[in-house]
Ligand binder design. Structure first.
Ligand code: 4NP
Length: 152
């Protein structure tokens, strides 16, 4: 099993989008059984809340449902639980290390580190641009899956 945790600030916009896009991607390739995929927040601001309507609406265009997902906060224990712990932007990475401690086993990445053009994913909570978020997240998820399948 390859265990992946996507992380952002609130766990209502970007990281659940990445979680469900990646789940859909591996499902379409018949690889779901190989993976455990989840998402979490660095802040407790949105804990217990459902996915943001902007993310829901965007994923609905691709027939991807996020029903049942509620925001949860990242914990120190997640470091042992997952193989890849993937933030959306540099500020996430700093906060993830603050919560989990030093990245001793090199499990912490930024999603677009897996693209040909490494960069941060802007927060649609502030930009309102969920189309751009989706494009960036799709690009990162494709790169991540290719990387994992090469590594296997
Ligand atoms: P996310 O977006 O990190 O992509 O889930 C945000 C959601 C909520 C807040 C900030 C960003 N907030 O400040 O509550």
């Amino acid at each position: 099993m390859i265990k992946i945790l996507f992380v952002c600030l609130g766990n209502i916009c970007r990281s659940p989008m990445a979680e469900f896009v990646f789940k859909d991607m591996v499902k379409k390739r018949g690889l779901s059984d190989l993976f455990v995929i989840s998402s979490a927040a660095t802040s407790s601001e949105e804990t217990g809340n459902p996915v943001h309507p902007g993310t829901r609406k965007k994923l609905r265009q691709y027939n991807i449902s996020v029903d049942g997902k509620r925001a949860v906060r990242l914990t120190e224990k997640d470091y042992q639980k997952y193989d890849y712990i993937i933030g959306m932007e540099q500020a996430n990475i700093r906060n993830m290390i603050r919560i989990m401690g030093e990245d001793r086993d090199k499990k912490v990445y930024k999603l677009l580190d897996f693209s040909d053009n490494p960069r941060d994913i802007a927060d649609p909570w502030y930009t309102g641009n969920f189309d751009k978020t989706y494009e960036d997240i799709y690009e990162g998820c494709e790169g991540l899956l290719e990387y994992i399948l090469r590594e296997k």
